[in-house]
Design a protein around this ligand. Structure first.
Ligand SMILES: NC(=O)c1ccc[n+]([C@@H]2O[C@H](COP(=O)([O-])OP(=O)(O)OC[C@H]3O[C@@H](n4cnc5c(N)ncnc54)[C@H](OP(=O)(O)O)[C@@H]3O)[C@@H](O)[C@H]2O)c1
Length: 229
C-alpha cells in the first residue's frame, strides 16, 4: 500500500505512520510548512523510512503532491483544540477553519488530482451537521465533504482517544475514566453494543483499526467505536 498521511504529526497520525512502516508500506508523512517541530519530525520519519511532504495547505499544491506520490489511500487525521488554535493564531470558529476547512482542502485536492485513491477519515462519535456543538457540526460537514470527494471512503467515529500524549489533556483523560466506568455498568446490564461504541480507545489500537479501513470492503462505510478495536 502507498499511503499519504495528513495529520502525520498528530497523536493518531504518528502511530499510523509508524504502523504502516512496520508493515513496510510506502508512506508519505505530511507536515505543515513552518512547523516548529520540523527538525524532530524529519529525524523521526527518516529513521522510520517514511517520505516527507511539506506542501502548503492549499488544494492546488496538495493536488500536485498527490499526483507526484500517487497514494492508494489518503488518511485525513487532522483537527485542532482551543489551546492549539490559540497557539496557531486561529480565531473565529476554529473547527470550521481547521477540522472542516482543512478536510475540504484535502478533498478538493483529491478531486483536482483525479487520483483513484481511498480516503480514511478520522471523525468523531456524534458527528452531525445538525449538532448543537460547533465541533460535532464541523465534523459532520467534514464527513459530507469526504463523501462527495468522488473516491471510495471509510469514516471512523471513535469516542475519546487516550494514551501517552505529549500535550496533557486532563479533561479528556478524566472524561475517559468516568465515561468508561459508567459504560462498564452499562455493559454489565446488557448494553454491550452501546458500551463498545462509547468506550475510550488508545491511539495505537485506533491506528491499527484505521489501517484495516484502508482496505475493508465494501468501501463507503462509517465505523463506530465498536468496530474500531
Ligand atoms: N482526542 C480525542 O479524544 C478525539 C476523539 C475523537 C475524534 N478525535 C478527532 O481526531 C483528530 C485527530 O486526533 P489527534 O489526537 O491525533 O489530534 P492531534 O494530536 O491534536 O493532531 C492534530 C493534527 O492536526 C494538525 N493541525 C492542527 N491544527 C492545524 C492547523 N491549524 N493547520 C494545519 N494542521 C493542523 C496537527 O499538526 P501540528 O502537529 O503541526 O499542529 C496534527 O497533525 C482530532 O482532531 C479530533 O477531532 C479526537
Amino acid at each position: 500500500m502507498k499511503a499519504l498521511v495528513l495529520g502525520a504529526t498528530g497523536f493518531v497520525g504518528r502511530e499510523v505512520v509508524r504502523q504502516l512502516r512496520v508493515r513496510n508500506d510506502y508512506v508519505v508523512a505530511h507536515i505543515r510548512p513552518g512547523s516548529g517541530q520540523r527538525a524532530q519530525w524529519l529525524e523521526r520519519w527518516g529513521e522510520l523510512g517514511a517520505t516527507v511532504d511539506e506542501s502548503p495547505w492549499d488544494a492546488t499544491a496538495l493536488a500536485a503532491a498527490l499526483a507526484a506520490h500517487a497514494p492508494d489511500v489518503v488518511f485525513i487525521l487532522i483537527g485542532t483544540t482551543v489551546k492549539r488554535a490559540k497557539g496557531d493564531g486561529v480565531d473565529g470558529d476554529i473547527y470550521q477553519r481547521v477540522d472542516y476547512g482543512l478536510t475540504k482542502v484535502a478533498c478538493d485536492a483529491i478531486r483536482l488530482s483525479k487520483l483513484g485513491c481511498r480516503i480514511v477519515y478520522l471523525s468523531s462519535v456524534g458527528a452531525d451537521v445538525q449538532a448543537r456543538s460547533a465541533y460535532l457540526r464541523a465534523r459532520g460537514q467534514a464527513e459530507a465533504e469526504v463523501k462527495q470527494a468522488g473516491v471510495p471512503w471509510a469514516i471512523a467515529r471513535p469516542a475519546i482517544i487516550t494514551g501517552d500524549r505529549e500535550d496533557s489533556r486532563p479533561g479528556e483523560r478524566a472524561g475517559a475514566i468516568v465515561g468508561d466506568a459508567g459504560l462498564a455498568v452499562v455493559h454489565w446490564f446488557g448494553g454491550k453494543t452501546l458500551a463498545a461504541r462509547y468506550r475510550s480507545t488508545t491511539n495505537d489500537v485506533l491506528a491499527a483499526a484505521l489501517l484495516r479501513l484502508a482496505t475493508v470492503t465494501p468501501a463507503d462505510q462509517i465505523f463506530d467505536g465498536a468496530a474500531l478495536r
